[in-house]
Design a protein around this ligand. Structure first.
Ligand code: ACO
Length: 333
């Protein structure tokens, strides 16, 4: 039997901090509104010369160092992102060369805010099938590049950052008590594609002056509708993996690391799952919604802060554009 363990974590955020007070000077908003409606106090913004692959490579180097793995040992570089450096090549290829993972295959995975959970699911399938033993999974975003800084309903929400994990094959059966991923499930509903999207710049609406004038190169979101489905689907996804793992109860979890979208969404999910105070890890106050980066960024902070111990059951949860959502349950190595 082979299980997929997390052997190391790493993260990186750009130096520039954008506070709610800064946003008050840019659009008609207030620190009070943003804090009460979202829980976010500040977010990081990439420097002009930083692209998604730069953030991703910095997080990846830290994860490899934590795992004690040389870049040449990595067999697959997977980058989950909705804000790639370019249409092609894949951001994962740019990361591969930046970190010197010369023996790896590399590709991107597009599932917006759920990208990291999708990545865990894909990497786990590769590892358990014996295809790869060492996978570097990175969630990285420069959301600031697709944010309309004149739209107060979205610009207060997002931030830039990256998080990475080294996933390794380990002997043992994770479903019988050994460390590793016990279960992961991913879901999609393309009928609601327009809940959160960047409408322009792709093959449907290629770049043009008209598109730029209409600001269609920026993210658009139906916040209210998204909010409701996010809560419902994150709860459902959590219960599905816990049931699949043999009826583990939410109360048995040492830590829940959710996508950091909005404090009110996380409170509603925690309430529905009847989690106790502190069982859910939250750092959105410092980084906002960093899309695919948010779960591994939060995980790295939890790990380095001593919140995760050997044998702990950790649940990852996410929801995002697509629509996509999913959950993964892991026993920490
Ligand atoms: N400052 C002040 N007022 C604002 C702001 C702002 N930044 N933004 C909106 N408002 C106003 C609105 O205009 C509205 O005013 P009105 O009543 O006069 O029309 C009022 O505040 C309420 O607006 P709502 O949109 O109803 O506010 P809501 O409480 O729903 O909060 C929010 C909006 C924060 C966007 C919330 O709906 C949310 O978090 N939704 C989910 C977002 C999410 O999780 N996305 C998923 C992942 S993203 C991805 O995949 C890339």
């Amino acid at each position: 039997m082979t299980a997929t363990i997390i052997a190391g974590t790493g993260s990186y955020v750009p130096d520039r901090v954008l506070t709610n007070a800064d946003l008050e000077r840019m659009v008609d908003t207030s620190d009070e509104w943003i804090t009460a409606r979202t829980g976010i106090r500040e977010r990081r913004i990439a420097a002009d010369d930083q692209a998604t692959s730069d953030l991703a490579a910095a997080a990846a180097r830290r994860a490899l160092e934590a795992a004690g793995m040389a870049p040449e040992e990595v067999e697959l570089v997977l980058v989950a992102t909705a804000t790639p450096d370019m249409f092609f090549p894949a951001t994962a290829c740019l990361v591969q060369t930046a970190i010197g993972a010369t023996n790896a295959a590399a590709f991107d995975l597009s599932a917006a805010c759920s990208g990291f959970i999708y990545g865990l699911n894909v990497a786990d399938a590769y590892i358990r099938s014996g295809t790869y033993r060492n996978v570097l999974l990175i969630g990285a975003e420069t959301m600031s590049r697709v944010t309309d800084w004149t739209d107060r309903s979205t610009c207060v929400l997002f931030g830039d950052g990256a998080g990475a994990v080294v996933l390794k094959a380990a002997p043992g059966d994770s479903r019988a008590g050994a460390p590793g991923i016990l279960h992961s499930r991913i879901h999609s509903d393309g009928a609601a594609w327009d809940y959160i999207c960047v409408p322009g710049g792709g093959s449907r609406l290629p770049p043009s002056n008209d598109l730029v004038e209409k600001r269609l190169q920026y993210l658009q979101m139906r916040g209210n509708e998204t909010f409701k489905v996010a809560v419902r689907n994150m709860e459902r996804a959590a219960r599905a993996v816990l049931d699949a793992a043999g009826g583990i109860k939410p109360q048995d979890l040492a830590l829940v690391v959710p996508h950091q979208a909005n404090m009110r969404i996380l409170n509603a999910v925690a309430e529905r799952l009847e989690l106790s105070e502190g069982q859910m890890f939250v750092n959105l106050q410092s980084y906002g919604n960093t899309s695919a980066a948010s779960v591994p960024l939060a995980l790295d902070e939890a790990v380095r802060g001593g919140r995760v111990h050997s044998g702990d059951l950790v649940l990852f949860l996410a929801f995002g554009s697509g629509l996509t959502w999913g959950a993964a349950l892991l026993r920490w190595a």
